[in-house]
Design a binder for this molecule. Structure first.
Ligand SMILES: Cc1ncc(COP(=O)(O)O)c(C=O)c1O
Length: 510
């Protein structure tokens, strides 16, 4: 009969005292690995703790702890009086199974996200005075901060069962009522509180829409250039994305109809197209609604940042024009207040409401009751409207400061569009300057600008810098533009920086 391999033959242990891992854990991990790969077969008797300790030159207690752990996790079984055995009822070897796989495991699809690593996701979103002109930064002034503290205190003093349990997946009726009133008054929306679903923001709203709209794997229009996170979310869900060009009137509906007449949906930013900032003209709005009605398609209106309008009358939402209930309106308070808030909302046509609420419920049940109570009080008591009025003036000043500094310092290299609305502006590069090169070099000098040409998919790309102005205190803007100017001038083909410096030396400092 063949000799059963002895424990020592079978398994060459190595434990080291210099490692950070405690001895018992080293023993446990190596035994577990041997069991999972079937080097120690089911039913094999393990040596006694004393034997193994002496073989390894370790204290018996280290082996005892390792054995107890293996026993507790079911890798081994103890038979009274006869020692410890590898369990006989373990499933197929897990590590071995992995090793036998012929093809290497394919990397998980990147979803077209521009980020290379998880750290990049954090990096692109970091907002601080030191990172002008990163997009989407907001300001909360002392008054709002104080109110927020007070309301929070009041909320926590009144904390009761209503705040602690599960609740309506659409969000609290108080918050839905106040959002509904606000949307009717400020955005001309057609809605009743039953149709409002509280989300964590635009991204959440878009994600739910993608889950509930039938037939997205057919075709969907997106704006080109457009908001990358919408496109990435659609691609991640397997939608067939059709980029439709944007011109001075917004998305080119006729081009969309030529490209994909039977698309199931279109995702648009009509009030302030991202990134170009153009407003969807009335003619195009009506064209889009007529197409959606005729084809039974859905229009997803991303109405981000519409609170911040600096000149002229506010533009009503596309949803307010829609008599056929084809528009799903997605709004956010993460821009009007602050991105860390994570509260947004959707106005959902009745035909989609049940599916929408079901998807929201299955995803994460409901919004946070405490955040909702806080925001509802802030809005109901009139602080939201007052906050917007104050902050709008600050952002307008920041916009003006940025436009003036760019024109003064970079007028030869950039053509700046001063937007009537929103939180960012677009500065087109001149004289063949590359927005991508400036974006890259700017990052190294602590100036965050977004290259607009990277936001195009199929349409001929225009080279421009997208700069957020909201949230950067006025006094920080001109010094940041100076840094940007140095970056741009270094990129510029003609050595104009030297020329300008020479001129400055003649004239003295400005
Ligand atoms: C086009 C667009 N929509 C929506 C948002 C806001 O998204 P959220 O509410 O998820 O923070 C942004 C933020 O940058 C945006 O640029």
């Amino acid at each position: 009969m063949k000799r059963q391999p002895s424990w020592a033959d079978l398994y060459a242990f190595e434990v080291t005292r210099t490692e950070h891992t405690p001895l018992f854990r080293q023993i446990y991990l190596q035994l577990r690995s041997a069991i999972l790969t079937r080097r120690l077969r089911p039913g094999t008797k393990l040596p006694s703790t004393r034997e193994l300790a002496s073989q390894l030159g370790v204290s018996r207690s280290a082996v005892v702890v390792a054995y107890e752990q293996l026993l507790a996790e079911g890798y081994t079984a103890g038979r009274r009086g006869s020692g410890t055995y590898v369990s006989s009822d373990l499933p197929e070897p897990i590590e071995g199974r992995r090793r036998r796989r012929k093809k290497p495991v394919a990397a998980v699809a990147s979803n077209d996200a521009p980020m290379q690593s998880i750290a990049d996701f954090v990096d692109v979103t970091v907002q601080s005075d030191q990172r002008p002109f990163n997009l989407g930064r907001t300001l909360v002034d002392a008054r709002t901060a104080e109110l927020w503290r007070k309301l929070n205190g009041r909320l926590f003093r009144s904390l009761g069962p209503i705040h602690l349990g599960y609740s309506d997946p659409r969000g609290s009726i108080e918050l839905r009522n106040t959002i509904c009133d606000y949307l009717r008054a400020a955005r001309g929306a057609r809605c009743d509180p039953e149709q409002i679903v509280v989300t964590t923001g635009t991204q959440h709203g878009i994600d739910i829409v993608i889950r509930v709209l039938p037939g997205l794997s057919r075709e969907v229009w997106v704006e080109d250039p457009g908001y990358p996170l919408t496109r990435q979310a659609l691609l991640a869900a397997g939608a067939k994305v059709r980029p439709i060009p944007v011109d001075r009137q917004g998305i080119d509906v006729a081009a969309g109809i030529r490209s994909a007449p039977n698309a199931r949906a279109v995702f648009v930013t009509p009030s302030h197209q991202f990134p170009t900032g153009v407003v969807l003209s009335m003619a195009r709005r009506l064209e889009l609604l007529a197409w959606a009605r005729a084809k039974g398609a859905w229009i997803v209106e991303d109405d981000y940042a519409s609170e911040f309008r600096y000149g002229g009358r506010p533009l009503a939402s596309l949803q307010g024009l829609d008599e056929g209930e084809r528009v799903i309106y997605i709004g956010t308070l993460n821009k009007a207040l602050f991105p860390g808030l994570r509260i947004g909302y959707a106005v959902v046509p009745h035909a989609l409401l049940r599916a929408f609420v079901a998807a929201r419920y299955l995803m994460d049940r409901q919004p946070s009751t405490l955040s909702q109570a806080l925001v509802a009080a802030f809005m109901e008591e009139g602080h939201f409207a007052a906050h917007i009025r104050r902050i709008r003036l600050l952002y307008r000043d920041q916009r003006d400061e940025l436009v003036a500094a760019l024109n003064y310092r970079l007028g030869e290299d950039l053509t700046v569009d001063a937007p009537d609305q929103g939180m960012h502006l677009v500065a087109f590069t001149r004289r063949g300057l590359s927005d991508i090169a400036i974006e890259r070099a700017g990052r190294q000098h602590g100036v965050i600008v977004r290259a607009m040409s990277r936001l195009y998919v199929a349409a001929p790309a225009r080279s421009a810098l997208v700069l957020g102005f909201s949230g950067y205190p006025r006094h920080t803007i001109t010094p940041a533009v100076e840094r940007l100017a140095q970056v741009v001038e270094a990129q510029s083909k003609a050595p104009r920086r030297r020329q300008r410096l020479a001129r400055a030396q003649v004239r003295g400092p400005v």
